[in-house]
Design a protein around this ligand. Structure first.
Ligand code: HEM
Ligand code: HEM
Length: 271
């Protein structure tokens, strides 16, 4: 199996997080403070501090990712830690609060954290499923070369129409689907079906013998053009999916930091 940021160094960060959580859960089980476990006990404060430091580390990933000259671990290692420590927080915070939640700013911080983690998992799944499918990364055609080729094929097909019969032009019009690069077409709608072979054969049957060869060549060109358009759109869809989730993950993580700062100020100064 190829190593990814999830399986980095034989799941090193999964093990570190799992052992850490096991230690914390054991301490929690053995702890029996007056009034029961909650965020205000010594252990509660310790776990809260660890959780807040963990969140700080996850936020610091944004800086590490952009610090190209930094030699503080690899970006891949940081992302592995990010993913597994992030998931571990789901349990660490309830251990901190004594599994107590309410309709307050503290629980708001927790809900925002869970939302950040959920969108993070969505993103990590997207990365591992989709990033290998970007053909340009494997030496395939880039968007620009694909667009250029689509234009050329369209022009070559159009050139074959010069001086041809009405029946010939009808075939051209049937398969010369306009290029639609709208967001709607990228994400949802399949507007560029391949040439329907049966329909093409029926149309060809009414074209005169003299125009047959050009008609077949034209259909071939338009079919190649549609194939290219579909792979261009598929690539655009993958790239959009790889970006879209970050527009939920980043704002949620920022909102979490605000709620967490309020939580800490409230418990330290107003309790
Ligand atoms: C420096 C870090 C932290 C400190 C000092 C801290 C402190 C506290 C304290 C003293 C309480 C008890 C409040 C009370 O009983 O009224 C508490 C509860 C709680 N904390 Fe924290 N905390 C920290 C980090 C976090 C983090 C990172 C989260 C989640 C993202 C969190 C979520 C909660 C929740 C959900 C409760 C329970 C609220 C409830 O019972 O309604 N805390 N915290
Ligand atoms: C409290 C939890 C979390 C916080 C505060 C957080 C925060 C962040 C931040 C600030 C970034 C940087 C975005 C950027 O600058 O481009 C980021 C990226 C990312 N996060 Fe999280 N995250 C959390 C949990 C998770 C979890 C649990 C996962 C996956 C299971 C995850 C997966 C990712 C991925 C895949 C990236 C993008 C990596 C890249 O583009 O290089 N995050 N996160």
């Amino acid at each position: 199996m190829q190593e990814t940021f999830i399986s980095y160094k034989r799941f090193r960060w999964l093990w570190i997080t799992a052992v850490g959580l096991l230690v914390c859960t054991t301490m929690y089980a053995l702890n029996s403070p007056v009034g029961g476990n909650n965020g205000g006990t010594a252990l509660g404060y310790a776990f809260g501090t660890i959780a807040a430091l963990g969140i700080g580390l996850l936020m610091a990933y944004a800086a590490r990712k952009r610090a190209y000259r930094s030699s503080l671990g690899t970006v891949e290692g940081w992302l592995a830690a990010h993913v597994w420590i992030g998931i571990g927080l789901i349990l660490l915070v309830p251990l901190h609060s004594g599994f107590s939640f309410g309709l307050d700013v503290h629980t708001t911080a927790y809900v925002l954290m869970v939302g950040t983690i959920a969108t993070g998992i969505w993103g990590a799944v997207n990365y591992s499923r989709l990033s290998g499918k970007i053909t340009a990364h494997r030496g395939g055609a880039t968007d620009a070369t694909m667009l250029e080729r689509i234009g050329e094929l369209g022009k070559q097909a159009e050139a074959l129409c010069a001086g041809k019969s009405e029946a010939f032009l009808q075939v051209y019009n049937a398969f010369d689907v306009p290029l639609d690069l709208s967001l709607w077409s990228i994400i949802v709608k399949e507007r560029h079906p391949s040439v329907n072979q049966k329909a093409a054969a029926v149309m060809l049957s009414v074209i005169s013998d003299a125009e047959q060869r050009d008609a077949i060549a034209m259909i071939g060109l338009l079919d190649q053009r549609l194939d290219l358009i579909r792979s261009l759109l598929e690539q655009a869809r993958i790239k959009a999916l790889l970006k879209l989730w970050l527009y939920t993950h980043i704002p949620l993580s920022c909102a979490l930091c605000v709620a967490l700062a309020i939580h800490i100020v409230v418990v330290l100064f107003y309790r």
